[in-house]
Design a protein around this ligand. Sequence first.
Ligand SMILES: Nc1ncnc2c1ncn2[C@@H]1O[C@H](COP(=O)(O)OP(=O)(O)OP(=O)(O)O)[C@@H](O)[C@H]1O
Ligand SMILES: [Mg+2]
Length: 383
Amino acid sequence: MQSVTDAALGNLSLDALLDELLTRIRDALEADTCDVLLLDAGGTELVARAVKGLEGEVEQGTRIPVGEGFAGRIAATGAPIVIDDVDHADVLNPTLREKGIKSLLGVPLRVGDRILGVVHIGTLAPRDFDANDVELLEVVAQRAALAIDRALVHDELVRLGQVQRDFVALAAHELRSPATTVYGLAATLRERRPQLEQAAVDELEQMLYEQADRMRRLIEQLLDLSRLDAKTVEINRTVVALRPHIEQIVRSVVSDPRHIDVRVPPDLEALVDAAAVEHVVGNLVTNALQHGAPPVTVTADCEDRHLRIVVEDSGEGVGPEFVPLLFERFRRSEGSRGRGAGSGLGLAIARSYAQAHGGELIYAAGETTGARFELVLPTQPTS
Ligand SMILES: Nc1ncnc2c1ncn2[C@@H]1O[C@H](COP(=O)(O)OP(=O)(O)OP(=O)(O)O)[C@@H](O)[C@H]1O
Ligand SMILES: [Mg+2]
């Protein structure tokens, strides 16, 4: 136990800490493998974060719903679980079975009454974990949890610092061009107005208005992004009736809603943040008309505790070379750069909203040529 605590005392990044901790826990308890799964941002799934012993054999990124299977039940109940015979138990992680793990012991990683995740050990030979083993792993997990919590905060601070530096540089760079144009137009009007024809003045004023509007929009978007980066955007889940909500979003962003076919079951409900859905879907529908072409269809369904909303248009779609760049900040394809006054932030912001909600926004080309975006958000049954 002392050796585990020593590792926990070091000032390590999360990856380095887990690497060290898992080896020591595994050796101290004479197990063949030791795994750590951490709760995701939404708190509804455990994500495999590190494994020691059967390296590469438990896939990184394996996701287990809280409440289900071995690890999921530990996270849900906060109590240890022993499985003497994996073959006859409810273990969701397929790789644990495939690799022939016979016995498992898992406990929650807890700081105060917050559960961060689960740590479990496994053996290839059948073993009866006894009360001493449980107690030892619990004590070790308690100390490990404190260290993991601290490392998570540390990693987050490092990330935020980097994000902030990148953000200031990018924002200044992007604001410079509309700011220069606004200044140039205002200076021309101020100095040359008396010599100019009325039509020329009108034109300059119109350009000044458009550039100022573009700058205003850009500043709104930058503020949105900085709030998302700093994680100060609150996610409030409520029961949302999806059909009326999506119809209202469409009306608010599209002048002629007839171009948009909302195919959502009238009784579909989900426990999600209505504002996040509005940001993402509003953006996708705007893009579908701006960069794609009508008709646009919006579909939604709920399955396996996930809400999936798909927006598909009938334009030319996204070229394969641009797909990996779609969600990057300030990225616009060659073709769309000339069109309209977009800044290339819409999809980056939309994806950040999805992720703040514990979900994801992806581009998943469909059968047709048009663009097709999928928003997936974890949710709970509403009844
Ligand atoms: N439905 C679509 N069909 C084809 N290309 C698309 C589609 N949606 C987005 N794109 C491409 O992805 C780029 C990035 O989209 P994004 O929404 O981030 O920025 P934008 O629409 O150009 O500007 P903003 O949303 O900030 O006003 C677009 O410029 C366009 O090239
Ligand atoms: Mg856009």
